[in-house]
Ligand binder design. Structure first.
Ligand SMILES: *[C@@H]1O[C@H](CO)[C@@H](O)[C@H](O)[C@H]1NC(C)=O
Ligand SMILES: *[C@@H]1O[C@H](CO)[C@@H](O)[C@H](O)[C@H]1NC(C)=O
Ligand SMILES: *[C@@H]1O[C@H](CO)[C@@H](O)[C@H](O)[C@H]1NC(C)=O
Ligand SMILES: *[C@@H]1O[C@H](CO)[C@@H](O)[C@H](O)[C@H]1NC(C)=O
Ligand SMILES: *[C@@H]1O[C@H](CO)[C@@H](O)[C@H](O)[C@H]1NC(C)=O
Ligand SMILES: *[C@@H]1O[C@H](CO)[C@@H](O)[C@H](O)[C@H]1NC(C)=O
Ligand SMILES: *[C@@H]1O[C@H](CO)[C@@H](O)[C@H](O)[C@H]1NC(C)=O
Ligand SMILES: *[C@@H]1O[C@H](CO)[C@@H](O)[C@H](O)[C@H]1NC(C)=O
Ligand SMILES: *[C@@H]1O[C@H](CO)[C@@H](O)[C@H](O)[C@H]1NC(C)=O
Ligand SMILES: *[C@@H]1O[C@H](CO)[C@@H](O)[C@H](O)[C@H]1NC(C)=O
Length: 620
């Protein structure tokens, strides 16, 4: 999203707010993998098909949020010190493609005790007076404890770890308030699932821990992984709590100071067109982007549709025909380049209305003293990440910068799906089918990042070519999402009226619930840059006033919008009253906007609010 916006600034000829201070080479935009966020903000066609095009309020919210966070960081900038620490997080991941991992040479695998990387790397930040400022940590796990039936906007396990850390350090503040920032970033999580009970058939209970992840009855659609909790909320909480606990321990014990110069190297690269020298006699090439059959199978963290299975090394005449008729046949060159991947979507050859996948991607390394952060534009599998880290370490070693700490920051700057090793690629599970630039994608990245590392080590960053600038597509009018119709209120009721009241009394661990006459939440997203949909408030008798104790970003609150006919809708707010909630008098409030049509061409959004009755929380 931000990347689109930066291109937007270019094409509009706007000046950067901070002049030349924050640039492509010295800012890393680090994303997260989620099944619980709004979509429709990325310019390449494949990514907005499922969201029916551009969702402008999503894009605006993301871009404004990023820009605001840079503003805040800039305003709060001060001299300080950095400390690094590392440690292992147990019981929080499994490898979701163990059969691919086993394709890697035994001699290589024998150097590692696990088929996932369990290490968390932590950077602690304090100011000159030892006042705490925040942290960044990196850990390899998909934040997909929430499964793909979930419709709540949610920050998943890594977001919950961040929430817990910030709530602890910013005592008495609401989420998003307070100065302490705890960032939980991704790493080489490509084949790493948080659903630790592993794959099983949801219809029969059989194991589906097989190379195709299929079930005897119902095929691949029935093979899913869950756990460790009773439901997805519980699982999110447990994994998030594990990550948080380790982070807290590492933070408290961090004592190795990072000192030394700061440098950054960035390049744009046409990933469809990289030649890789494997050795003196063999040179190979990357391919134009394409997705294989197993992409459509999905994973045990979110299954696909129809009869696609993971591990497909042959196409299917039925689907090939549909693809050829609807979207066009892949060229022979692309087919050959991607072998043994059977191509389902030849995205690199699909350009209507704009290219379906990026050619031009960012490669970037930022070094702070002895720490090198490798910002990669996708999801490296465990072994891919290890190979990249080692290659970069060796490159630093042999060019005068020995002993660098190298960390992979995943999903940075632009999204290009997955990156497997050459060996993993051969068996074409989901991650391999989604290695879009072909079998030599990893080798190409290793070559590119070695060059960046070398230029940092030898202090020749200024000699790096910038590479080809990514294109900007104006997708402003590409949306099939219908315009909002006017909201309607039931007879004798108005927006924000209570339809179903709270009870008079609750105890901690119970759920307080209230339903209001509602309106489409998109009105609020379109009309307020930062909108909070709900509060939980506590009554203070000494001042005869209400104080907000929770909002819509709190872990314990949930906001459900239920659409009725003709613009009628209602909103149910739940507060899952946590252990240790102070006894007292509370209420729940709802904030929305309803759309009112003034004429055929003119509609306005009008803010409203609703308030539940007061209720009492007693002790258990
Ligand atoms: C998602 O999790 C919920 C429980 O939290 C469960 O009812 C549902 O079956 C799960 N769905 C999938 C597709 O895993
Ligand atoms: C990237 O390289 C491919 C293969 O040479 C070429 O067809 C394509 O036009 C290039 N893309 C861009 C954006 O230059
Ligand atoms: C070069 O790499 C190719 C492909 O991996 C391999 O077949 C060949 O044996 C290698 N040659 C040398 C001299 O290592
Ligand atoms: C998948 O389904 C299609 C349509 O029903 C069928 O033609 C095809 O043979 C099936 N493929 C496999 C591998 O079962
Ligand atoms: C691809 O190759 C096949 C068989 O070699 C040939 O029949 C076909 O015409 C080729 N397609 C294109 C678009 O060149
Ligand atoms: C880097 O560029 C400078 C000035 O353009 C040049 O003098 C120097 O030789 C270059 N260094 C390398 C390693 O290419
Ligand atoms: C994008 O297109 C819209 C109309 O479709 C136009 O109003 C807008 O100015 C364009 N933006 C840029 C940056 O070209
Ligand atoms: C979008 O705007 C462009 C001009 O900016 C125009 O050529 C195109 O037809 C528009 N597309 C739609 C779907 O409105
Ligand atoms: C709405 O209020 C009016 C006046 O109080 C009453 O006569 C009518 O029955 C109410 N309608 C409904 C559907 O409750
Ligand atoms: C909320 O709206 C849904 C859909 O119209 C309806 O089924 C449900 O009864 C409503 N709930 C209340 C409390 O009115």
């Amino acid at each position: 999203g931000m990347w689109l916006e930066i291109s937007d600034w270019h094409s509009l000829g706007c000046h950067y707010k901070y002049g030349e201070l924050y640039r492509h080479d010295n800012v890393i935009l680090s994303g997260t993998h989620t099944h619980s966020g709004p979509g429709g903000y990325f310019q390449y066609t494949l990514f907005w098909i499922t969201s029916k095009g551009l969702i402008k309020p999503s894009l605006n919210a993301i871009v404004n949020g990023i820009v605001k966070s840079i503003d805040i960081a800039h305003q709060n900038m001060k001299r300080g010190r950095l400390f690094i620490n590392r440690g292992t997080v147990e019981n929080s991941q499994i490898n979701r493609s163990p059969f691919s991992y086993l394709e890697n040479p035994a001699s290589e695998r024998s150097r590692y005790s696990s088929n996932t990387d369990k290490e968390m790397v932590m950077l602690k930040m304090v100011d000159e007076n030892e006042q705490e400022l925040g942290l960044i940590s990196w850990f390899a796990v998909h934040p997909v404890s929430m499964n793909n039936t979930n419709r709540l906007v949610n920050s998943d396990n890594m977001g919950y770890a961040s929430y817990l850390f910030e709530q602890e350090k910013n005592k008495g503040m609401l989420p998003g308030e307070g100065s302490f920032v705890a960032a939980f970033a991704s790493s080489n999580l490509g084949d790493v699932s948080p659903n630790t009970k592993g794959p099983f058939c949801i219809n029969t209970g059989d194991s589906c821990d097989n190379p195709e992840s299929t079930c005897p009855v119902g095929g691949a659609k029935m093979c899913m992984a869950v756990g460790p909790g009773n439901d997805m909320f519980d699982s999110t909480r447990i994994i998030g709590q594990n990550i948080y606990s380790k982070a807290k321990e590492l933070y408290e014990k961090a004592s190795q100071e990072i000192t030394g110069p700061l440098s950054s190297a960035h390049q744009w690269v046409n990933m469809s067109d990289v030649s890789v020298e494997l050795n003196a006699t063999h040179t190979v090439k990357t391919c134009k982007p394409a997705l294989g059959y197993s992409f459509a199978a999905g994973t045990i963290d979110g299954v696909g549709a129809f009869n696609f299975t993971q591990g497909s090394i042959e196409g299917d005449p039925f689907w090939d025909e549909i693809r050829d008729q609807l979207l066009g046949e892949p060229s022979n060159e692309t087919k050959a380049c991607h072998k043994p991947k059977p191509i389902l979507l030849s995205t690199g050859e699909m350009t209507w209305p704009h290219p379906w996948h990026p050619d031009i991607v960012d490669v970037q390394i930022v070094a702070i003293g002895s720490l090198a952060i490798i910002a990669v534009p996708g999801e490296f599998t465990t072994m891919s990440g290890r190979r990249l880290r080692e290659a970069v370490e060796r490159e630093f070693d042999s060019h005068g910068a020995p002993g660098m700490d190298v960390v992979i920051a995943g999903l940075c700057n632009v999204y290009t799906h997955y990156i497997t090793t050459y060996e993993e690629y051969q068996v074409q599970r989901y991650e391999a089918a989604s290695t879009i630039y072909g079998p030599h994608t990893l080798s190409a990245y290793i070559q590119l990042y070695r060059e960046l590392a070398r230029s940092i080590a030898m202090n020749t960053v200024q000699n790096l070519s910038r590479g080809p600038e990514p294109p900007f597509f104006n997708i402003t009018n590409l949306t099939l999402v219908p315009l909002l119709i006017a909201d309607l209120e039931p007879v004798n009721k108005t927006f924000g009226d209570v339809l179903q009241e709270v009870r008079q009394q609750y105890q901690p661990t119970e759920v307080a619930e209230v339903t209001f006459v509602g309106a489409n939440p998109r009105n609020s997203a379109e009309n307020a840059t930062e909108h909070n949909f709900l509060t939980v408030e506590r009554y203070t008798s000494t001042s005869d006033s209400w104080h907000v104790v929770q909002n819509d970003a709190s872990w314990d609150t949930r906001f459900y919008w239920t659409k009725g006919l003709l613009g009628l809708s209602n909103v149910t707010i739940e507060w899952h009253i946590p252990h240790g909630t102070e006894p007292g008098i509370y209420r729940i409030r709802y904030f929305g906007h309803y759309k009112k049509r003034l004429s055929n061409s003119l509609a306005i959004s009008i803010p409203f609010e609703g308030t539940s009755s007061a209720f009492e929380i007693t002790t258990l």
